[in-house]
Each structure stands twice: as C-alpha cells, then as structure tokens.
Design a protein around this ligand. Structure first.
Ligand code: ADP
Ligand code: MG
Length: 499
C-alpha cells in the first residue's frame, strides 16, 4: 500500500514502481515474507495491547459516561435507558405467563408456569422461528402480524390446563431488543432499528400498541404487561435464581449491559421514587467509546465500511458480529503485503464478513498438533489449501490477539459498572458479593474469550475482591426474565412490589 502511494507521487513512474513491487512480491524470499508477516503481526499486537493500566482508564471512562448518561437525556454516548423495572423477581411469582423475544437471530415464543414461593419454574416451553428477511425490511404491520400469528399458533396448541381462568386475560412479557425510549413498564417508542431490521414507519411508535393491534387482528386475547430489553430480561431471569445478581451482560451478535441503580442516583428520573428505591438501567453500552480503546487501522476501516459508521464502537471491538471480520482484515493485509498465502491474494479473503466469529473461535480452540481445524477452515471458508503449520500458527496467534483485546475491554466495561455501583472496594462489613448474569452465543461458545474476560476482571479487582465476583451463565435468561417481569407487573396482582 505504502509503495503505491510513493509511486503515485513520482508522476509517470507510478506504473513502473507498481510493476516492480509486484515482481518483488513474486520473488519475495521465504525469509523476508515471514519477516514482513511478523512485522505486521507485531504492530497489530502492540496497537491491540490492553495493559491493566489502560483497562483501568477504560473502566473509569465507562463510569464517567454512566454518570453523564444518567444526568440528562443525550448527556452521553451511553443512553442509560430507564427500564421502569423497579421490582425484580423475588421468587414468589405464581401463574402462567408468556414471553415473546424479538431482536436476535431468532424469534421466540415462550410459556412459563411459576410455582410461587419455593415453587420455582414448574413448566417451560418455547417455539422458535427465524424472521423471514423480507419482513425485516417490510412494513410494521407485516412484521407484527407474522409474530402474532406465531403466537396464536403456540397458544392454539397448548393444553387446557394452561388456559386462563374465565374473565382473565393471558399476560405477556415482550423482549424487544432494540433501543426503546420507555414510557412505562409496558410502553415505549422505538428509537431506531438495528441488526439488519429497517422499517422506518415504526420508528417513534409505541411497539406495544403495534403488537397489541396485531394480536387483536389475529384474535388473541392477551395483554402485554412488560416491555423489556433482552439485557434487562437476563438481569430479571438471573435475579430469580440468585438474589445477588445485580449486573447482566450480553455478548452475542452485539453486546449490551444492564444493572441495578439506586433510583436517587438518576437525576434524569422525574417520576416518583419506587418503593424498592431501585431501578434497572439498560446501558446500551455497545455505543460506548473512549480514546483509551485500543483501536487499530483495521477497526477504523471496518467502521468506515459499516452500516453505522461512528456508532457502536465498543460493540465493534467486543462482539460476535465483528471479531471474525477484524481477523479477516489483518489476514488480507498479510496476504497482500507478505504473501503468506502464496503469490496470489486468495479472492475469498476479500469478501467482507466471510470469516465469521464461530469459525474464528473453532480455529482458536484447535488443539490438534498439526492445527488441522485451522487448515480445514482456511480451505473451506477461504479456499486456501495446503497451508503450512507455520501459517496456521500465525492465524491462531491473530485469533488470540483479537479475542483477548475484546474480552479484556469487556471486562474493563464491567469494572466500570462495579465502580459506579460502589462495589469495587471491600466494605468494613466484608466484600459484597457481585453476581454478573452472562448470556449470548459469544460468551457461551467462545471459551477462550469468556475465560479471558473472567480472569481479567478478577485480576483488575485485586485479590481482596476476587472472591466476591461471580459469573453466572443465565442460559436464555431473557425469555424467562420477560415472563417473570410480566408476572411481577401482572394486572391481577394488587401489590406489585412483590413484597
Ligand atoms: P443474538 O446475539 O443474535 O441474540 P446469540 O446470543 O445466540 O444470538 O449469539 C449469536 C452470536 O454468537 C453469533 O452471531 C456469533 O457471533 C456468536 N457465536 C455463536 N456461536 C459461536 C461460537 N461457537 N464461537 C464464537 N462465537 C459464537
Ligand atoms: Mg439474543
């Protein structure tokens, strides 16, 4: 790349220089090829470095932005959305409740039967469907009709014992994982679509009334009693099984976090103080940014080429949608400038997002002595055959750099939350336990990533605090969480505080 620029300056000689560069690459000796590849790797590694001191700066920046976002609407890149969830599940919830989850790769309908005090979850059943791509960019009516029709089918097939008593409506918790400006526990307007959805007419509308209208069109008699983000749902689901859960983090296609804030510490909250004194905040932390994030030229280029340049920078470093793509960009540079895959640059390597994070994680986790999985993946996905062991090792090293940076920065983000909650130092009464409910495909399947994240947070908190932090995988907590919040906010319960 640099050579071409120099050539362009010397007018007339540009072509000559370019040809010379090409010839040089063809003749590049093995040793110089590896020197160049190592140099690219080393530079990338240095730019990606996340020493503890830097992570602490990131954590502090996160805390500062949290304060700013809570102080006023638009006060920070962090939206710090008020969820209206001020009564998290207590374990006393009872009855049959439904949940609907829209906003991930799949769309789900769920029924949960809760047994009340000490009864736990008696029954749980779900149906899953993917949203047809044309509905993601169609009309609001078509999308919500499709969802309501799936719901109608689910209810149509259920056993009689789950039917509501006469005169009582079914109640639903709606997990809607897009940024919402909530106006009550069961109403809110859509700020914008993300994750490939784009239905302009819905922006600014109340999604609960859109869903309710669609349910009426489908002849379903159901009331939406809770509208929740998936991260808030995960927090609720996590709290139900462990009373010490106060933070939830999702690391899947995207990333987000929610936590329990003192209501009095939310200047932009003008409503009455909730009885519990608490309020769950949906941070929308994927949009966090800081000068301390270890961004490289590859990140900047990926951001520029993205659908939302300048937005969701934290997400673009840490989450599943992007890790594989960052790796691809570094490999492409190595192919172009160091010829690591031979004289020709493999054409497939030029396709954006061709290398997905599950594939990257499979390569990273390859423990075979000849790195067979790496070889197979390079062949299957990028059509690069006969890679040497040395090349495969290089790929694994790159996977490690990309995953480590993402995991360590995500850990720094959590430290920022722990600090905001004032739980980062031991109290006189002994350290408070902090349980973080974790969910998402990246966290669940990319073991090197999740191990690194957990170890990093423990390391950052220091020995004294290290035993008080616990990570808990809340497997599909958001669905159960939404049903629990529907229960906690039931129309038929007098005292909604659950106490
Ligand atoms: P969503 O975030 O879309 O709601 P999930 O929580 O199931 O859905 O996360 C799916 C994402 O998790 C995928 O887009 C991918 O980035 C990541 N992922 C899934 N499987 C793996 C895997 N084996 N290794 C690494 N990442 C994975
Ligand atoms: Mg999800």
């Amino acid at each position: 790349m640099k050579k071409a620029t120099v050539g362009a300056v010397v007018v007339g000689a540009a072509t000559v220089v370019a040809v010379a560069a090409l010839v040089a690459r063809h003749r590049m000796k093995k040793s110089s090829k590896w020197t160049r590849a190592r140099a690219i790797l080393k530079e990338f590694e240095e730019k990606c470095a996340t020493p503890d001191a830097k992570l602490k700066q990131v954590a502090d920046a996160m805390t500062v932005e949290m304060h700013a976002g809570l102080a006023s609407e638009g006060g920070s890149k962090l939206k710090m959305l008020i969820s209206y969830v001020d009564n998290l599940p207590t374990g006393d919830e009872a009855g049959v409740f439904y949940a609907l989850d829209l906003g991930g790769t799949n769309f789900r309908v769920m029924r949960v039967q809760l047994g009340g005090q000490d009864g736990g979850i008696i029954h749980q059943e779900f149906a899953e469907a993917s949203i047809p791509p044309n509905l993601m960019v169609g009309t609001s009516e078509a999308l919500f009709d499709y969802i309501a029709a799936e719901l109608a089918r689910f209810i149509g097939e259920e056993e009689e014992k789950f039917h509501p008593p006469p005169g009582r409506q079914r109640e639903l918790g709606f997990t809607f994982s897009f940024p919402i400006m909530q106006t009550s526990i069961n109403s809110g307007t859509l700020i914008r679509w993300t994750k490939g959805f784009s239905i302009d007419e819905t922006v600014g509308k109340d999604v609960v009334s859109e869903l309710t209208k669609a349910m009426q069109r489908q002849g379903i008699d159901m009331r939406v009693t809770a509208l929740v983000n998936d991260t808030v749902g995960t927090l609720a689901g996590g709290r139900y099984s462990d009373k010490d859960v106060s933070i939830a983090v999702i690391l899947g296609t995207g990333t987000n976090a929610a936590y329990v804030e003192r209501a009095q510490a939310i200047p932009k909250w003008h409503g009455p103080l909730p009885k519990s004194g608490e309020m769950v905040i949906n941070m929308e932390w994927g949009n966090f940014r800081s000068s301390h994030l270890s961004l490289t030229e590859y990140d900047h280029a990926m951001d520029t080429d993205s659908l939302n340049p300048g937005e969701q920078l934290f997400e673009k470093i840490c989450s599943g949608m992007y890790l594989g793509e960052i790796l691809r960009r570094v490999l492409l540079r190595m192919a172009e400038e160091a010829g690591i895959f031979g004289d020709e640059v493999p054409p497939k390597l030029k396709d954006s997002f061709v290398l997905r994070t599950p594939e990257m994680s499979a390569m990273h986790h390859d423990t075979s002595s000849d790195l067979r999985v790496v070889g197979d993946k390079l062949k299957d996905i990028l059509e690069i055959s006969n890679t040497s062991l040395k090349t495969r090792r290089l790929v694994v090293e790159l996977c490690n750099i990309v995953a480590t940076r993402g995991a360590r920065l995500a850990a720094a983000g959590i430290l920022g939350i722990v600090k905001k909650m004032g739980k980062d130092t031991p109290r006189e009464s002994g350290a408070e336990k902090i349980v973080v409910a974790m969910d998402g495909g990246l966290y669940e399947h990319y073991t090197e990533y999740s191990k690194c994240l957990e170890n990093t947070l423990v390391e950052l908190l220091g020995v004294e605090m290290s035993t008080s932090i616990v990570f808990k995988h809340a497997n599909d907590g958001s669905g159960i969480g939404a049903a629990l919040l529907a229960a906690a906010n039931s129309h038929y319960v007098e005292d909604k505080s659950g106490k």
